[in-house]
Design a protein around this ligand. Structure first.
Ligand code: SF4
Length: 321
């Protein structure tokens, strides 16, 4: 068995094994049920129109993603096997029922800890039923690995009610070529750009996930590469960039942290990246604020920083420190 101190490998297959070998001590969620969504919440998000629109985010339970990205902990909320046909619609039904009156909600996010268009995660046989469940909403947001963007996305979009927009969220992560390669996502900036172009040509909206301070970046280079990645994503034609501060929590990052290959960003860096994105004026920029207090400079000041970032998310204007 590989030791935690073993150097990070240079080939994708070896990296897969390295990442998986470090999962012990980081168990899957034991309560996962193929017939019940992992959770749901009502959120409000600034729309392209400038208005604040409420929507329902549903966290679907399904088979884990086949990629083994170095920074990913989503497998902890996923099953080892494909769910039966009918299970995903049952999960969405359950979330809609528990949410109660959804009449004021404009959008629905169906996040599945992987790719919505991975047929082993979401059975294609369920796409029609899911599209029907999305009829009340003006916008459906799903996640997808750039390499799975293609005809299956277009087929699902055509199942949606006319007038409902499909928004596909793609992980760009970073445009630093050496770091992106080592993240083991098996995507390149060019592949990301092709996926965005395809989605644009096929009448879909696009959001990009950009990591703030991925592994193998020190603080001095991390802000510059976050900024470059934001600029690249907007240059490709995305509507929204969501900034994700890279977090511990999957075993692999903890192992890298021990050898000096990773340390999380500061909240100040997340704010600086957000400010860069907002000042560029090329689209909406959101900061992911989950578990913000865990970051190194969180401490007692995290409440103030959170409030400032929440205001920037809401207003899409720079809020001075
Ligand atoms: S493609 Fe996305 S969900 Fe899959 S392992 Fe990578 S980051 Fe995680």
């Amino acid at each position: 068995m590989a030791s935690a101190a073993m150097p990070y490998p240079s080939t994708p297959a070896e990296r897969d094994r390295w990442v998986v070998a470090r999962r012990s001590g980081f168990p899957r969620d034991p309560g996962l049920d193929p017939w019940k969504a992992g959770g749901w919440c009502v959120e409000t998000e600034r729309a392209a129109s400038g208005s604040m629109e409420a929507g329902l985010a549903v966290f679907l339970t399904n088979r884990e993603c086949p990629w083994r990205c170095l920074m990913c902990d989503l497998w902890r909320h996923a099953l080892a096997t494909t769910v039966p046909v009918g299970a995903i619609p049952a999960q969405i039904d359950g979330a809609l029922r528990e949410a109660g009156d959804t009449g004021a909600l404009r959008w629905i996010k169906l996040y599945n800890a992987g790719s919505f268009f991975d047929r082993a995660a979401i059975p294609v046989a369920d796409h029609g039923v899911i599209a029907g469940q999305c009829r009340p909403f003006d916008r459906v947001v799903v996640e997808c690995h750039p390499s799975l963007v293609g005809p299956r996305v277009g087929a699902f979009r055509r199942l949606l009610r006319p007038g409902t927009r499909l928004e596909v969220a793609l992980g760009l992560e970073t445009v630093h070529p050496g770091v992106l390669e080592r993240l083991n996502k098996r995507v390149t900036p060019e592949g990301f750009a092709r996926a965005v172009a395809w989605l644009r040509e096929n009448d879909c909206d696009v959001r990009a996930f950009v990591l703030v301070k991925p592994p193998f970046m020190d603080a001095a280079m991390a802000l510059e590469w976050a900024a470059r990645s934001i600029d690249f994503a907007f240059g490709c034609g995305v509507d929204v960039v969501t900034l994700i501060p890279t977090r511990f929590g999957n075993g692999a990052l903890e192992a890298l942290g021990e050898s000096g290959g990773f340390a999380p960003p500061s909240i100040a860096m997340l704010e600086a990246a957000m400010v860069h994105g907002l000042r560029s004026g090329r689209g909406r920029v959101f900061a992911d604020l989950w578990d913000l207090e865990r970051f190194a400079d969180g401490g007692t000041g995290h409440g103030v920083a959170r409030e400032r970032l929440e205001r920037m998310n809401r207003t899409q204007t720079v809020v001075a420190a």
